[in-house]
Design a protein around this ligand. Structure first.
Ligand SMILES: O=C(CO)[C@H](O)[C@H](O)COP(=O)(O)O
Ligand SMILES: [Fe+2]
Length: 223
């Protein structure tokens, strides 16, 4: 699955930018990734619930909200109630990740847990039994356009094994520095869903970039 990140899109035309990856066929994205940053958990500030809700209402594509915020135990539920398809919170910020996941699911969303590049996977495996998505960050969260950190693929391999052996039942998602040069190794390691900001919205035709990424990922999965 390919999830274009609107972090790299034109913020004055967000609904149009989403529509550009919503046309049918190979150029259609699977999810649209919306990065929420609060200038506390990360040093950057993007958008919040009112804008996220407007984007959810603007499209039939599933919206994947990546909350890089403090106190997600309090704030994440609003994104689920607004109709986000998947709401991902950071393990480093959540106080009670199990209750949080239950609340997100009860509000009708899929629940996602994200770990920064330096955060190990093992301490979160039990909590992940309550989650639908694991978002492995392959850059330090906060900014688009950074270089992919290949070391995180070890965590992807571990997560893939846990899913394939039935210990976890979730989608393995990766975020940061994904492009046609890096997607193949991520696919080979076992990623199911690839977030791509610059690689999609930095391209002349975002839809064609989605198709190219999907094709390259399929090569990694096959090889
Ligand atoms: O969560 C993020 C940054 O914190 C973004 O989703 C991510 O960086 C996407 O941008 P790019 O593909 O350009 O790296
Ligand atoms: Fe993100």
């Amino acid at each position: 699955m390919i999830a274009p990140s609107i972090l790299a899109a034109d913020f004055a035309r967000l609904a149009d930018e989403i529509a550009a990856v919503a046309v049918g066929g190979e150029t259609r994205a699977d999810w649209v990734h919306v990065d929420v940053m609060d200038a506390h958990f990360v040093p950057n500030l993007t958008l919040g619930l009112p804008v996220a809700k407007a984007l959810i209402d603007s499209t039939d594509l599933p919206i994947d909200c990546h909350l890089m915020i403090e106190d997600p135990d309090r704030w994440a539920i609003g994104y689920a109630e607004a109709g986000a398809y998947n709401v991902t919170v950071h393990a480093e910020a959540a106080k009670d990740p199990v209750t949080l996941a239950k609340n997100l699911r009860a509000a009708g969303a899929k629940a996602g847990l994200s770990i920064k590049p330096g955060t190990p996977l093992e301490p979160w495996v039990d909590a992940l039994k309550h989650y639908d998505t694991l978002l492995v960050m392959s850059v330090e969260p906060g900014f688009g356009g950074q270089s992919f950190i290949p070391d995180v693929l070890e965590k992807v391999r571990t997560a893939r094994r846990l899913v394939d052996t039935g210990h976890l039942k979730l989608i393995v998602e990766i975020d940061g520095g994904i492009n046609t040069d890096t997607i193949e190794q991520a696919a080979e390691a076992g990623v199911d869903c690839f977030v791509a900001g610059s690689a999609v919205y930095g391209a002349a035709e975002p839809g064609k970039a989605v198709a190219a990424l999907r094709e390259q990922a399929a090569r990694g999965r096959a090889g």
